[in-house]
Design a protein around this ligand. Structure first.
Ligand SMILES: Nc1ncnc2c1ncn2[C@@H]1O[C@H](COP(=O)(O)OP(=O)(O)OP(=O)(O)O)[C@@H](O)[C@H]1O
Ligand SMILES: CC(=O)N[C@H]1[C@@H]2OC[C@@H](O2)[C@@H](O)[C@@H]1O[C@H](C)C(=O)O
Length: 398
């Protein structure tokens, strides 16, 4: 047998596996690296987050990615070059992190690499007859494996599409395995560039759980922080806090069929971007809005669409706890608007459940890799949004 396959076979049979989960999301803020010790699989999965860091992307790298990110017209050579470049870079960032933590790469069984989403196009968005849901992540796993010498699982989203899903959100699998609790209705709200939530009913019924995107989280706030403040984000919502919500613009922003579409659904910065806001400002005759009022309105737009979506799953007479994660949980203007609009819910953070809210998505990919090599027996029912599959393509280092 190929010695690498023997290694993989042994890792699959171990009582626990040390897996590095990687996530670089739509915010392009950096690479999240989560070193996890994972035992068992499926609903019995236990995760210990041993180390976590975010390696920030420098402005040069952000610009290289932005040149092709969420755009219909790009330089194809740029895309071709970035695919191995990001794989190699992520591999090097893993080695640097392991050196910082004083951990030998040979002590790591697997890398689970999300890669960088460069375009996301569910059918509802591209509307081209005959074409399936589509999504593209780059940063090829062979390069991560070759640089680190660690067996790497990558490109998790394609099989979800192959089974009728939109390739996202995948959070439902990790949330159900790690955070479901009998007797407590849990809503796990992640606020990254795009916001999503997982509905985990107190029954722990696998055929009832799902995750859906709700629309923008921070993506518009970041775009306007760059434009108005020349900052990567509106720190602690300071600019938004000094403004007033403009109701006309807010209504124009909410006027999009995505918000009425059934769950689960996905979106991205391909739809929710500065042109989207420009068009809404033109329609609502608010092009001369003061910067602070624009930012306040964009925060309210995220908060309203997040809470409208969550309200759709709340059953009357039942109690719910909303656990927040992702960078948006650090924006007090956003979180207080959300709390205000869901007065019947209790609120907490996934940190309260033992999962660092900044690390949660990177941990998700470690759990998906664990499931691919050592699990795969959980049935979520025969649903397109949550197919009963394992995900991740396997790259051997040599
Ligand atoms: N102190 C803060 N004040 C305001 N916003 C903050 C703060 N800290 C983080 N953020 C927001 O969080 C963002 C990063 O969030 P996160 O890392 O969860 O995004 P991501 O993983 O790229 O997104 P996605 O889940 O869409 O893939 C920043 O760009 C910023 O908008
Ligand atoms: C296509 C893509 O990369 N989508 C991301 C993005 O970031 C948040 C939201 O949009 C979610 O749908 C997804 O990521 C998380 C990790 C998921 O799949 O659950």
């Amino acid at each position: 047998m190929n010695a690498q396959l023997q290694r993989l076979y042994s890792a699959a049979q171990q009582a626990d596996r040390r897996i590095i989960g990687l996530m670089s999301g739509t915010s392009l803020d950096g690479l999240d690296i989560a070193l996890c010790l994972i035992s068992a699989s499926g609903p019995a999965t236990r995760v210990k987050l041993e180390q976590f860091m975010t390696v920030p992307y420098d402005e040069g790298l952000k610009d290289e990615i932005r040149a092709i990110f969420a755009k219909t017209q790009i330089d194809f050579e740029q895309l071709c070059l970035l695919n191995p470049y990001i794989g190699q870079l992520h591999g090097q960032m893993i080695l640097d992190a392991l050196r910082t933590w004083n951990i030998d790469p040979r002590a790591v069984d697997l890398v689970a690499s999300h890669g960088q989403t460069v375009y996301h196009a569910p059918k509802s968005q591209h509307r081209r007859a005959g074409f399936p849901n589509a999504t593209l992540q780059i940063g090829d796993g062979d390069h991560v494996a070759a640089v680190t010498g660690i067996i790497t699982l990558s490109d998790f989203r394609q099989k979800h599409v192959a089974h009728g899903g939109e390739g996202a959100p995948l959070a439902v699998y990790g949330d159900y395995f790690m955070l479901s609790k009998a007797g407590e209705n849990r809503i796990l709200l992640n606020m990254g560039g795009i916001a999503n939530f997982t509905d985990l009913p107190a029954t722990e019924d696998a055929s009832a759980v799902f995750t859906t995107d709700t629309g923008p989280g921070n993506t518009l706030l970041d775009a306007y922080a760059r434009r108005l403040l020349n900052q990567p984000y509106d720190k602690d919502g300071a600019l938004a806090a000094s403004g007033q919500v403009n109701d006309g613009l807010l209504a124009a922003l909410k006027d999009n069929p995505f918000f009425d579409a059934p769950f689960p659904k996905t979106t991205g910065p391909e739809v929710f971007n500065t042109q989207y806001v420009d068009a809404a400002q033109a329609r609502s005759r608010t092009t001369d809005l003061a910067p602070a009022d624009l930012m306040a309105t964009l925060v309210q737009f995220s908060a309203d669409t997040i809470t409208d979506a969550i309200s759709r799953v709340l059953r009357a007479g039942e109690s719910y706890v909303v656990y927040m994660s992702g960078g948006g949980m650090h924006n007090p203007v956003l979180t207080s608007a959300i709390r205000q609009r869901l007065p019947a819910c209790s609120f907490g953070y996934t940190d309260d459940l033992g999962i660092n809210g900044d690390a949660k998505e990177a941990v998700l990919f470690a759990v998906l890799a664990n499931e691919c090599v050592a699990g795969g027996t959980t049935s979520f029912g025969n649903r397109q949004g949550v197919p009963s599959i394992t995900m991740g393509k396997i790259s051997l280092p040599t």
